[in-house]
Design a protein around this ligand. Structure first.
Ligand code: MIG
Length: 652
């Protein structure tokens, strides 16, 4: 059961698609403190808090403070309060009861979940305007399902997007891309896509192709398609200011860009230097920008990733001017400690500056809003622009789309990747812990950069990460400019990588089935153990094992030099220790704690009682997998216990 409560005069976000009338009663559970713009809840000792989507820290969010304020921050350390997303749905659960709440407010919202006081959960608002949806249910899973029922169905990608994708910032030309594909083919490692980062464009201009680097782009896309390889270009939020550039000129003419207070277009800077930002919140601008993807669709492209859409801002023209002014005053002076740090802060504070988010406006649903009031809707609406356009431009064929920034509602138009993580063991664990929270908020097609984006990956980290990544719908190896190259074929243990990737392809019939069932039934793919075994107190403390779909539980190894790990089994399960899809040992394990060996190339999969896991013979491309010849690994049932979902993998 869901009830809606309105505080103040909230700005519509289009995240909820079901019309619900708001109650006249007080908000339940939380105490409202009007003057402080706060809601506050006394938590019970045993209450856990789950959700909030893509954030730092563990599965149980209790004990820290999180701010929904979409941020381009490449340092996902424990002390951060905001990452790229604003996904304001959570569940409080303890002692066999609880509730869910969705805080629908597009501005900044802070969730202090036991940070100030361990037993107090306080939600505070910049503006005290919000729609609150309170969700009741018999279990956490039921609450999540109820909530998902009001926000609309999750985005479904084409099936080939369940294949492996190799990425790098950037493959600089046709030849580099060819070499990647050739290397994968030579090593017999399956692959379905190669990602194109910003350098495929002409001077970082959206919807252009560099003539120099990709002189025959259309032919090249075809050449790759003939090999079964999809090229997936990046699209950035900022449109370069350059005379003669059609997107810029159309945007100016159509009045599609974000404006400053004085009505002129905001000038900010990102990759291309100075840019304007399309006003994605505006329906006309959204339609116009969405239509631009056609340029690439017409060249044979069928997948995209939307980046820098928090939006990331290197600087605004106005702010930069002010900073130069101030710096002049420092020239020739003897800088003491305070003035030195202040001066340093002037320059260091240019990027993603809070004040800049108050310098421009949106024309949204017939009204003008200052950006910071609707900040968290920007990336969402960029991806919505694309998603709505794809429905018009590609009515029969699904298009791959995922975004860096997001808000609930965007899950209908695309997936997400978790942004600029690092090649750190702690970020492998973070990836594991983010998946269920993303699913709760409707984001099913998701994953993180396998191997880590920033910093240098090591072979063992990459292998362990791949061993988890093969379970995430989006499986992409991506890394930053200047870091160690981390394509799987570059390391000595290529056989290990090959077998792990081939195991992924063996699992695709299962993963795709579980994905489609979750999308159709508003369910999760990744669940923490306590969602499945709510009666088991110990299950609430397990933060490094997940159930993946109905049949299996996984226990990834995420520690350097580990040759195994401790695993908690809430009930008897059947362990399959995979070295490859057809080389694995099997053991029935009793309920309780175990230390389980897992050599560097071994993947631990536990089959749950009464469930079956289909396994295909791997192919080098997703669409070549033979569905007629599946083998089933069963535990106390036969293969009929499993309902396989099948479709053509491409039509909508
Ligand atoms: O400021 O396009 O998260 O995946 O490789 C960096 C370059 C901009 C950030 C994305 C990352 C991408 C990078 N982009």
């Amino acid at each position: 059961m869901i009830k809606k409560y309105r505080i103040g005069n909230p700005i519509e976000t289009d995240s909820v698609v079901i019309q619900i009338d708001s109650e006249n009663e007080k908000v339940p559970y939380f105490q409202m403190m009007e003057e402080k713009k706060e809601l506050s809840l006394q938590m019970e000792k045993k209450d856990s808090v789950f959700g909030l989507g893509e954030t730092v820290r563990g599965i149980n969010k209790r004990g820290y403070i999180y701010t929904s304020n979409c941020s381009d921050d490449p340092n996902h350390t424990e002390d951060k309060r905001s990452l790229y997303a604003a996904q304001n749905f959570f569940v409080v659960w303890g002692q066999g009861r609880g509730f869910g709440m969705y805080v629908d407010a597009p501005g900044r919202v802070t969730f202090d979940i036991g940070y100030t006081d361990l037993d107090t959960f306080t939600i505070s608002f910049d503006d005290f305007d919000a729609d609150l949806y309170v969700v009741e249910g018999e279990s956490i899973k039921e609450i999540v399902k109820e909530f998902r029922g009001i926000i609309g169905k999750s985005y479904v990608p084409p099936r080939w997007a369940f294949g492996f994708g190799q990425s790098r910032w950037s493959y600089m030309n046709e030849q580099e891309v060819r070499e990647v594909v050739e290397n994968y083919e030579e090593q017999n490692i399956p692959i379905d896509s190669v990602y194109l980062d910003i350098d495929y464009m002409e001077r970082y201009k959206d919807f252009t192709i560099s003539d120099e680097r990709f002189p025959n782009f259309k032919d090249f896309v075809k050449e790759m398609a003939d090999k079964g390889i999809h090229l997936v270009p990046i699209i950035d939020a900022g449109v370069k200011i350059e005379d003669g550039y059609d997107v810029y000129e159309e945007g100016v003419q159509g009045d599609y860009f974000c404006k400053k207070e004085d009505g002129t277009n905001l000038v900010a800077a990102v990759w291309p230097g100075k840019v304007h930002f399309p006003d994605f919140l505006n329906e006309d601008a959204r339609r116009w920008f969405g239509e631009k993807y056609k340029v690439l669709l017409d060249l044979g492209i069928d997948g995209f990733w939307n980046d820098m859409n928090e939006p990331a801002i290197f600087y605004t023209e106005d702010h930069l001017k002010e900073v130069f002014q101030e710096l002049k005053e420092y020239e020739g002076k003897n800088l003491d400690i305070r003035s030195f740090f202040h001066m340093q802060g002037l320059v260091g504070g240019l990027a993603n500056n809070e004040e800049d988010y108050r310098r421009f406006y949106h024309d949204y649903k017939g009204k003008r809003y200052r950006h910071d009031k609707v900040h968290n809707l920007f990336g969402y609406n960029m991806t919505r622009a694309a998603g709505e356009a794809f429905e018009r431009l590609s009515p029969d064929k699904r298009i791959l789309m995922f975004s860096r920034s997001s808000y609930i509602g965007m899950h209908r138009y695309g997936g997400v990747w978790c942004g600029d993580n690092k090649s750190w063991w702690s970020h492998l664990l973070l990836n594991i812990q983010q998946m269920p929270a993303l699913n709760m908020c409707g984001f099913l097609y998701s994953g993180a950069d396998v191997g880590g984006f920033g910093a240098d990956a090591t072979e063992d980290l990459l292998m362990r990460w791949a061993e988890f990544g093969i379970f995430t719908p989006l499986l992409r190896n991506h890394s930053a400019e200047g870091t160690r190259r981390q394509e799987f074929y570059r390391f000595a243990k290529t056989d290990g990588f090959k077998n792990i990737l081939r195991l992924r392809y063996a699992l695709i019939p299962y993963l795709y089935s579980e994905f489609m069932k979750a999308a159709k039934n508003d369910e999760m793919i990744f669940t923490p153990l306590c969602f499945e075994y709510p009666e088991d107190d110990l299950a609430y403390e397990v933060e490094d094992q997940l159930c993946v779909g109905e049949s299996i539980m996984i226990a990834p190894v995420y520690k350097q030099n580990a040759t195994g790990r401790y695993v908690y089994l809430p009930e008897q399960m059947k362990l399959c220790r995979f070295r490859s899809y057809d080389d694995y040992d099997v053991e029935i394990m009793e309920k309780g704690h175990h230390y389980i060996k897992a050599a560097m190339n071994e993947v631990l999969v536990f089959i749950r009682k009464g469930h079956a896991l289909p396994l295909a013979t791997p192919a080098d491309r997703t669409e070549k997998i033979d569905y007629t010849n599946l083998k089933y690994e069963c535990f106390q049932c036969d293969q009929d216990a499993y309902q396989l979902y099948m479709d053509d993998g491409i039509s909508r």
